[in-house]
Write a protein that binds this ligand. Structure first.
Ligand SMILES: Nc1ncnc2c1ncn2[C@@H]1O[C@H](COP(=O)(O)OP(=O)(O)OP(=O)(O)O)[C@@H](O)[C@H]1O
Length: 674
């Protein structure tokens, strides 16, 4: 594929600056060929990635499309990003167009984060930290900040840290002590033990940044064979005397050089390396989940998913700015494809949704639902690494519908915006197409949606039974006072589903196919859970644990008697903006159905995790996807921690990909109805 000629006028354009319409700007940067790559190709290196800019585009206001593949090849993966810097656009160009505008924001009171993300060897370090002959963005930023604050009586301090195996270490202190990420009584994140050093010149900064070359594991008692990939970060604190005296902390500019993404299935299968890879990927997903949540204005931003997002929390949300630099290799690399797909997916904003054409063909929709990042072309990418890294059970892009659906969905406030959109799209879809297979498909996808955050907070089921042998009486269930799950809701959900679902033959032989031989105990347990819930429902008034908060406006629901509403605040507050949100009303059967599905999904997931945390090796090997090796590893994890699986994400620790976890849960959900 011919190298696309970058618009020569682009570098003369005024500085675009970050978009304010979205919280995270996601741009690509294609690295130059290394000497080795040039040598191998005999000086005739061809780019594998091409940037297509919208025709007549004279600014950065429009997105660009990057496509991968050689000319003539069948590969047609295309992804949208906010911008993409090409090989001949060096760090200075990226700095002037992307970072410099952020410095102005930081000096005017906001925080900013520049995060380099990409496959291994994609040029993240070169971009952030620079190299011997090329200054990195961090040093350029320090020089600019020092020059802009020279006369402003502001102190510029820096901290260097490393996130290694999900622990944060202070790099400025030669002993590299661990940094504690704590939350104060106001909910503000405090980094206890992170050193700060005042910087007064760029040469001083270079001296300090030498600590980046002495990683924490050189000091920590890390066994030789331990993996050594880590994230590295720089925090630039800019404070006036008033900031230091007052309660307002300094403004912060972060630079993060993330560890490279690598498909753990292609990296070493050696246990330690696999764990390392899985941990790194987990933290990368954590970051992408936060980026996605910020860009789509989700109410709940999953900062707690990774240590890094937790420590950067103060700089990521609110009116702060984030620049995600997606580093791309110029030569064929499956991991780069995956990285681009995730970046592109996170590039979606709340208002950005698929056109109805995506929904036209059921076949096509089904294909899309299995893709990650959903390349703009409909071609399915067979790469195993191209599997979704976000919410389990979900591929929103494949199911989010038209703009008008968003409008109708906004009435359903207790769900996050996306969940509402999804529900609304199903609502509409089912009213357009009443076929059984579509209804069943909608049901399946509904179980795949994210758990609406408000509902999740209100309705959470705790562990019901840890014993591997299933209880045979309702009273065997250990229901703690904190249990807020309304059994009636789950049962009602199951009944609703059974009425709605008439799974067509295609699904019976496809996604819903159940391997009864492979995991009979699990299906039995799930059945027993349902039966026990029925018993429990008939013998106890568990729902009394969940106080009704129905006011007169909800009278119709109350009188219908078929649903016990979770405690819904009269008006919720958007945690980011402080705005009051309108009261939620669950008026339609579909809305009620989706609410119930969340509780049932929670219940199923929790039981599955309990199984992994408690089952014997023999039982574990009966679970699909878990063979001898994984079962042994699970038992080893259980020796380290009594409950190694707290969320489905933790399954990645045993080398399961998102797709595999997703598939497992789908099958289990299907087993409930077989
Ligand atoms: N723009 C560029 N031009 C030429 N070579 C580059 C460029 N960017 C990076 N490289 C080279 O590519 C190689 C990988 O770069 P770098 O170490 O920055 O990647 P990385 O993404 O940080 O890798 P890792 O994931 O292992 O941390 C290095 O040899 C580096 O010198």
């Amino acid at each position: 594929m011919a190298l696309s000629t970058p618009d020569s006028n682009r570098s003369k354009l005024p500085i675009a600056g970050p978009r304010i319409s979205r919280r995270v700007r996601i741009v690509g940067k294609i690295r130059g060929f290394t000497d080795q790559e040039s040598e191998l190709s005999g000086g005739d290196s061809k780019l594998w990635v091409t940037v297509c800019r919208p025709k007549g585009s004279d600014s950065d206001s429009e997105k660009v499309t990057i496509s991968f593949g050689d000319e003539g090849s069948s590969r047609k993966d295309r992804y949208e990003l906010d911008n993409c810097y090409e090989q001949d656009e060096d760090n200075a160009v990226v700095f002037s167009r992307e970072v410099k505008p952020l410095i102005a924001e930081v000096l005017s009171g906001r925080n900013a984060s520049i995060i380099a993300y990409g496959a291994r060897g994609s040029g993240k370090t070169h971009t952030i930290q620079g190299s011997v002959d090329k200054e990195g963005l961090a040093a350029m930023a320090i020089a600019e900040i020092l020059s802009q604050t020279k006369d402003a009586q502001k102190a510029v301090l820096v901290s260097f840290y490393e996130v290694f195996q999900d622990h944060v270490y202070d790099l400025l202190d030669p002993n590299h002590p661990e940094v504690q990420v704590l939350e104060d009584s106001q909910g503000k994140i405090k980094l206890k033990g992170l050193s700060k050093a005042a910087v007064d010149s760029i040469s001083h900064f270079h001296d300090l940044s030498a600590c980046l070359a002495a990683p924490c594991y050189s000091v920590q008692k890390t066994p030789l064979q331990m993996p050594k990939r880590s994230h590295k970060g720089l925090m630039i604190h800019i404070a006036s005397a008033d900031d230091i005296k007052g309660s307002k902390g300094p403004n912060v500019m972060n630079f993060v050089d993330l560890a490279g993404y690598e498909d753990s299935r292609r990296s070493s299968k050696d246990g330690i390396m696999l764990t390392e890879s899985a941990r790194i990927n987990k933290s990368l997903y954590g970051i992408m989940n936060v980026v996605y949540a910020l860009n789509t204005n989700e109410k709940r931003v999953p900062y707690r998913e990774s240590k890094l997002t937790r420590m950067l929390q103060e700089s990521l949300g609110g009116s702060n700015h984030v620049l995600l630099l997606t580093c791309l290799t110029p030569i064929l690399c499956q991991d780069t494809l995956y990285v681009a797909s995730l970046a592109s997916r996170s590039c979606q904003s709340a208002g950005q949704i698929l056109t109805s054409s995506t929904m036209k063909s059921k076949k096509h929709t089904n294909q899309q639902a299995r893709l990650v990042g959903t390349p703009l072309s409909g071609k399915k990418n067979n790469s195993g690494s191209n599997l979704i890294g976000r919410k389990l059970f979900s591929d929103r892009k494949a199911i989010i519908s038209k703009q008008d659906d968003v409008t109708s969905a906004t009435k359903f406030k207790p769900l996050s915006e996306n969940a509402s959109t999804i529900i609304s799209s199903f609502h509409k879809k089912t009213s357009q197409d009443k076929s059984n297979s579509d209804r069943s498909r909608a049901m399946i996808s509904s179980a795949e949606n994210e758990i609406p955050s408000v509902f999740k907070e209100t309705i959470s089921i705790h562990k019901m039974e840890k014993d591997a042998s299933p209880p045979n009486k309702a009273k065997d269930l250990k229901v703690t006072p904190e249990v807020h799950c309304d059994v009636k809701e789950i049962l009602s959900f199951a009944d609703d589903v059974l009425q709605i679902v008439d799974v067509d033959t295609e699904e019976k032989s496809g996604d819903m196919n159940i391997d009864k031989v492979a995991s009979p105990p699990l299906s039995e347990r799930l059945r027993e859970i349902t039966n026990n819930l029925r018993l429990l429902e008939s013998s106890t008034s568990l729902h009394m644990l969940m106080p009704k908060q129905l006011d007169s406006s909800q009278g119709s629901l109350e009188s219908s008697g078929d649903i016990i509403e979770p405690k819904t605040p009269k008006a919720e507050t958007d945690m980011r903006t402080g705005d009051k949100l309108e009261i939620a009303m669950y008026t339609s059967p579909w809305e009620r159905f989706h609410m119930r599905s969340s509780g049932a999904k929670n219940c199923l997931v929790q039981e599955y995790l309990n199984l992994l945390n408690t089952a014997s090796k023999e039982e574990l090997t009966r679970i699909q996807g878990i063979g001898e090796k994984r079962a042994t590893y699970i038992l080893e994890l259980r020796e380290e921690s009594s409950e190694p699986f707290k969320s489905l994400e933790d399954l990645k620790e045993v080398g399961l990909s998102e797709k595999e976890i997703n598939g497992l849960m789908r099958r289990m959900a299907g087993q409930l109805f077989c």
